[in-house]
Ligand binder design. Structure first.
Ligand code: HEM
Length: 472
């Protein structure tokens, strides 16, 4: 007897509408009339269900005929299905049914597109996990040396211009730091890369992501639809920059490449393209979204800054210098980082294709899924699930601390494509840097509160600092 016959299950509500028209209407809602978050919220309310059918981008006919039809999942319990690799296949579904041109990744399917059942997934992921373990030794000094120019740029801009934009100096810092720890290469050895590496990555990321994101009204909708959401943007515009980054890795990451080739059996091209993707898309892309969001929550709350500053300095009084160990003792600081990842997860979507017919279980309901259907988990709602989190729409910095009984909630924080309590491995698709992202973010905040008493953000723009007070 099949799974489907063994249970009484609810059929999944929602409809894909008429061919082409249904998709077009959903696209208008998604990009224009409702916006991404409301698109999912409104359907959840309409169908009284946290699992429903909908069309999602990228889906114009010119996107290689990608199929917009998905089963959306917006609650915490059903979301875990997407981590069960025995139920869902993760081949080529990083951004849904749409696969950006492989020209962007050197003509090959890099790790993020591979299912764990493909042999290359194991060798590339093992190499990247090992690479992180090796760089752990220099992680803190590499972070500190890269942070120095960030702090001085912010201080100088605030002093001279009255305000400092955070994003560009932050990205410059990220590129420098990530090159050091992931490639073993300081961009300073190549002046053009040192100056422009972060811009080159931004230019390479944009055309891969643009088919699936809106401009938030920056461009009038019909124009946005025509120019950005109707056809894939050609790689030719960014080919030169990609080649420069490729050559930088080839010439300056020789030790790391040699480990990939000699110990993990990768070809030079596989190792280089995968390192570039990990550095640019996973690491630089992830942090570039996450850190500004985290800073905006802390920047708006002077009382939280005071509590964090006190905790950081108290813990540091008992340690020789900032370290992985020292920051792991900062409980409020850790909880603040979890909370920022919960309320605004940097990667909103996870996809997986049903390997077979199975029963999808939500909190109090079951649904029949057919083999081949594409599941689309929307993290921002799954991590605001009121059945798991009290006052889920509120940013509560101390939500996860022991004293509040919050430790048990950490398992429901899914930003890394897996529970925060799970471990990334070759058998799953969890972010290889799950623990390093946490540690790095804590370290950055600890450095911030060791150096500054407080900071303020512009009322209108959460990515502009208007006041920065050095430690008194
Ligand atoms: C805030 C920063 C980061 C965020 C939000 C983030 C998020 C994620 C997510 C959601 C996935 C799963 C993608 C999917 O299959 O749906 C992932 C995978 C991955 N991440 Fe991260 N990541 C971050 C930083 C990093 C860093 C620093 C590295 C550096 C090594 C990294 C390397 C990877 C790799 C290699 C994968 C693919 C794992 C696999 O396919 O098995 N990430 N990341």
């Amino acid at each position: 007897m099949s799974d489907l016959a063994a249970f009484t299950v609810r059929s999944i509500p929602g409809s894909y509408g008429l061919p082409l028209i249904g998709n077009l209407m959903d696209r208008m809602d998604y990009f224009w009339l409702e916006g991404r978050d409301k698109f999912f919220q409104n359907r959840m309310a309409k169908y009284q269900s946290t699992v429903f059918r909908a069309n999602v981008p990228a889906s114009a006919p010119l996107f290689g005929g990608s199929d917009p039809r998905v089963i959306a999942i917006v609650d915490s319990a059903a979301f875990t299905t997407l981590f069960d690799i025995s139920l869902v296949e993760k081949k080529d579904v990083l951004v849904g049914d749409y696969l950006p041109s492989l020209d962007y990744t050197g003509g090959m399917r890099v790790l993020a597109y591979l299912d764990p059942s493909e042999p290359q997934h194991s060798s590339i992921k093992s190499f990247l996990l090992d690479n992180l373990r090796r760089s752990a030794k220099t992680w803190v000094p590499d972070l500190q040396s890269s942070l120095e120019p960030l702090w001085s740029t912010l201080e100088k801009d605030v002093q001279e211009k009255g305000s400092a934009g955070v994003l560009l100096p932050l990205q410059k810092f990220l590129f420098s730091f990530l090159s050091k720890v992931l490639l073993g290469a300081d961009p300073a050895v190549d002046p053009e890369i040192a100056k422009n590496g972060h811009f080159i990555i931004d230019k390479w990321l944009a055309p891969q992501l643009v088919p699936t994101v809106g401009t938030g009204g920056l461009i009038p909708y019909p124009l946005e639809e025509l120019l950005l959401h109707s056809f894939p943007l050609p790689f030719a515009f960014v080919r030169g920059g990609y080649q420069k980054l490729y050559d930088f890795i080839l010439n300056h990451a020789k030790d790391v490449l040699s480990i990939a080739i000699n110990e993990y059996g990768l070809t030079e091209a596989q190792a280089t393209h995968n390192l570039l993707y990990t550095l640019g898309f996973n690491a630089f892309g992830g942090f570039s979204i996450f850190l500004p969001s985290l800073i905006s929550y802390i920047g708006k709350d002077p009382r939280l800054q005071e509590r964090l500053r006190t905790e950081v300095r108290d813990v540091m009084n008992t340690h020789e210098g900032v370290s992985f160990n020292a920051v792991s003792e900062m409980e409020l600081l850790s909880s603040t980082v979890y909370e920022a990842l919960r309320i605004n997860p940097p990667v909103a979507f996870q996809y997986g294709r049903a390997r077979r017919d199975f029963i999808l279980k939500s909190h109090d309901c079951s649904y029949g899924v057919q083999a081949g259907e594409l599941l689309c988990g929307f993290q921002p709602l799954a991590m605001r699930d009121p059945k798991v989190f009290e006052a889920p729409e509120e940013f509560r910095a101390d939500r996860f601390i022991k004293e509040r009984g919050g430790e048990g909630l950490i398992q429901y924080v899914y930003w890394s494509n897996g529970p925060q309590t799970a471990t990334p491995s070759v058998e799953n698709k969890q972010c290889v840097a799950k623990d390093y992202v946490m540690a790095t973010t804590r370290l950055i905040l600890a450095e911030l509160f060791m150096r500054y008493d407080s900071f303020q953000l512009d009322n209108d723009s959460s990515s502009t600092i208007t006041f920065l007070k050095r430690r008194s």
